[in-house]
Write a protein that binds this ligand. Structure first.
Ligand code: GLY
Ligand code: MN
Ligand code: MN
Length: 412
């Protein structure tokens, strides 16, 4: 496993100039109240480069001319703390996972950093420090705190942002990433099937959701985002998360859900009738979305632009609704379809990285939908697609989405 992390770091190092230090922080646990914490979520860029999933760690890279050194700092293990929260990774574990062998106590971090920022060493003059700054994160991250400290202590250093260098790498998935996404999808599949098989006997959205949660827990994992399990009007709200309403017998249930494997996410949507039988109108509308989902997947290959992808989704949904007489003009589609057809998928459900056209190795979702409040119907069908050299592979192709297959499974 460590070969992947080593390889990613090598690629990152090649993007950096000589004479710099880069620092990545794993993050800190956020306090809920007193001594209770929210579940720890590692900084994904840090994890991407190290494979380490622990709080209070720092990856440090020093790059000079034809020479570089990587160091890792982790919180000192404490027998007293271990009695409460268990063991932290040992030096050997960190090396085994990440391939990083220079592991130090976090207490030494500032001293070690200043030793490299002093120009009398083999790395020559360091004039820039790279921090991993997610501009979309409004909270005071460790990086921001360090930026202030560093600017005060080393006013002559340039402070730069390494975020986009890493985001660019994360756009193209390696085998390990694809393997994890595939595993996450297969757990999601089992969970969706349990929901489909049991929805008949459920009265509330959360009861259907519970069948998903049971499968995830049984696979020692958690949802990759808050599960959406929406019936009737709720299914027209894109990020409906309450899942607390009674489900009418003639309602469709829109489920948008995922799981996490080694921090890699799946993101799947399926829509099915509570009782296992689509009405005629539900069938017609469902097939508009299904045809769009299939047409859009068919389009995906290297070189296709994001714009072409979006346009095809909108046009296909519009012509489907025009045919059914639900809309009279093409542009009316904006009333019933108001999100984009896909996003990158990886360590983040809405994975980072800017792109204009698809390239081999990207994983993108394909998730057209229509949402018609007047009919209390929302339908979304979402698959996770790997772009390959000459086309694509639908990684979630095993999760049924044809009406006949869904009805058969639900009534078997
Ligand atoms: N589950 C959020 C999305 O599909 O983008
Ligand atoms: Mn989704
Ligand atoms: Mn999605």
């Amino acid at each position: 496993m460590k070969k992947y992390f080593i390889n990613r770091r090598e690629k990152l190092i090649a993007t950096l100039p000589d004479g710099c230090v880069a620092l990545l922080f794993s993050g800190v646990k956020k306090t809920m109240s007193n001594d209770l914490f929210y579940p720890f979520v590692v900084n994904k860029n840090f994890y991407y480069l190290t494979g380490i999933n622990e709080d209070n760690c720092i990856y440090m890279l020093v790059k000079g001319e034809s020479i570089f050194k990587e160091l890792f700092f982790t919180e000192q293990r404490s027998k007293e703390k271990e009695k409460w929260i268990g063991e932290r990774l040992k030096k050997e574990d960190i090396e085994e996972i990440s391939g990083l062998s220079s592991v130090y106590s976090l207490n030494d971090f500032e001293t070690v950093l200043s030793s490299y920022l002093n120009s009398n060493n083999a790395f020559g003059e360091i004039d820039a420090i790279y921090l991993d700054q997610d501009k979309s994160n409004p909270f005071d991250s460790l990086d921001k705190i360090y930026e202030k400290k560093i600017k005060n202590k080393y006013p002559n250093l340039f402070v730069r942002n390494i975020y986009n260098n890493i985001a660019k790498l994360r756009l193209i998935k390696d085998d390990f990433e694809i393997e994890n996404i595939v595993k996450a999808i297969s757990i999601t599949k089992c969970g969706i099937y349990e929901m489909m098989k049991n929805s008949k006997k459920c009265n509330y959205e959360y009861e259907v959701e519970a069948y998903y949660d049971f499968v995830l827990k049984s696979n020692n994992t958690i949802p990759s985002f808050k599960t959406i399990c929406a019936s009737e009007i709720n299914s027209t709200i894109l990020h409906y998360e309450e899942n607390n309403c009674e489900i009418k017998d003639d309602s469709l249930i829109l489920c948008d859900l995922g799981s996490l494997v080694n921090n890699y996410a799946s993101d799947i949507s399926r829509t099915f009738p509570k009782t296992g039988k689509f009405s005629d109108l539900q069938k017609k509308l469902y097939n508009v979305v299904l045809n769009t989902n299939k047409a859009c997947i068919n389009l995906l290959k290297p070189g296709v632009s994001r714009n072409e992808y979006e346009t095809l989704a909108r046009d296909t949904l519009a012509s489907g609704l025009l045919n059914l007489g639900i809309i009279k003009e093409k542009d009316e589609i904006d009333k019933y379809y108001y999100h984009s057809v896909g996003h990158m998928l990886g360590l983040d459900v809405h994975d980072i990285g800017k792109f204009d056209e698809f390239k081999e190795g990207m994983v993108v979702t394909c998730e057209p939908g229509i949402y018609i409040p007047e009919l209390k119907i929302g339908i979304r069908i979402e698959d996770d697609i790997l772009i390959t050299k000459n086309g694509n592979v639908n990684l979630s192709r095993d999760i049924i989405k044809e009406i006949c297959d869904i009805e058969e499974l639900m009534n078997s």
